[in-house]
Design a protein around this ligand. Structure first.
Ligand code: RET
Length: 277
């Protein structure tokens, strides 16, 4: 007689349904977006009012600066009301079995990148005109800036670490080109200006480059490594944006107006980058 061996049971495969998570803004984020929206709106009104109080030949900085806060107002209005927001989906796998266990959907506020692509070139033009930077250097700074913001946008939606941090790396290289134009060529150009303009440029450019350097750090921690949540990300960018736009703007315009009042014939700052040399 033959004995039938008892079959060893097959390993049971437990089908895992991945858990789906959403990383979105909550009350703190929403309130912060509205506060910044209002502050950008009020600053814009103030800058347009300041523009109207000076002769048209001295309005270039006022107009540029008012445009910057106007774009920011529109972008914050979009985000506060739920526009300009997308979702970036990424999966977390159980490494041993290659099973997707979690799917995350994190909000990406792409309205920011639309804002930055318009406002950061205008901020650079403000600084460039103050220094009397030449046209080629201004163009290089503006194009590098556009590359930085657009590659940053692609990084935010990048699939996988290689692609995401690849885009991030191109953005950082573009940022270094901006730093070079402002710190090196800007400082070289402003030598031809008067003493007050020289001192003011080094303060304002130093303030700007310090602030701008914090953006990629926040991006790396929040959007890149996703160590902090969406609300913390919103608050961090809110503080930076207030300093980089309204505070920068009030500082520039009040200094401009004071200097043109006390020394109306002074060369340099007032010639709006059209150097007499
Ligand atoms: C990104 C991510 C990729 C790497 C780098 C970045 C730099 C962004 C900067 C933004 C500045 C924004 C300002 C806004 C004004 O309100 C795109 C975050 C380098 C420098 C000044």
């Amino acid at each position: 007689t033959t004995t039938i061996p008892t079959p060893t049971p097959l390993p049971t495969v437990v089908p895992t349904v991945p858990e789906v998570h959403y990383e979105t803004l909550h009350d703190t984020g929403k309130r912060t977006l509205w506060v910044v929206c209002v502050l950008m709106g009020l600053s814009s009104v103030a800058f347009y009012a300041m523009a109207m109080r000076v002769p048209v030949q001295k309005r270039l900085f006022h107009i540029l600066t008012a445009f910057i806060t106007t774009f920011a107002f529109l972008s914050y209005f979009a985000m506060a009301t739920g526009d300009g927001i997308g979702y970036h989906q990424y999966a977390v796998t159980e490494t041993k079995q290659h099973i997707v266990t979690h799917i995350f959907n994190r909000q990406v506020f792409w309205a920011r990148y639309v804002d930055w692509s318009l406002t950061t070139p205008l901020l650079l033009i403000d600084l460039s005109l103050l220094a009397g930077l030449n046209g080629a250097s201004i163009l290089v700074a503006v194009v590098a800036d556009l590359i930085m913001v657009l590659t940053g946008l692609f990084a935010a939606f990048g699939h996988g670490d290689g692609q995401k941090w690849g885009w991030y790396a191109w953005a950082c290289i573009a940022y270094l080109v901006i730093v070079y134009q402002i710190a090196q060529n800007g400082t070289r150009a402003v030598i031809n200006k008067d003493q007050k303009t020289k001192r003011f440029f080094s303060l304002l450019a130093g303030f700007t480059l310090l602030l701008w350097t914090i953006y990629p750090i926040v991006w790396g921690v929040a959007d890149g490594a996703r160590i902090v949540g969406v609300d913390a990300e919103i608050v961090a960018y809110a503080v930076l944006d207030i300093l980089a736009k309204p505070v920068f703007g009030f500082w520039l315009l009040t200094t401009h107006d004071n200097m043109s009042r006390t020394s109306p014939t002074i060369e340099g700052f007032w010639s709006h980058g059209v150097s007499s040399e």
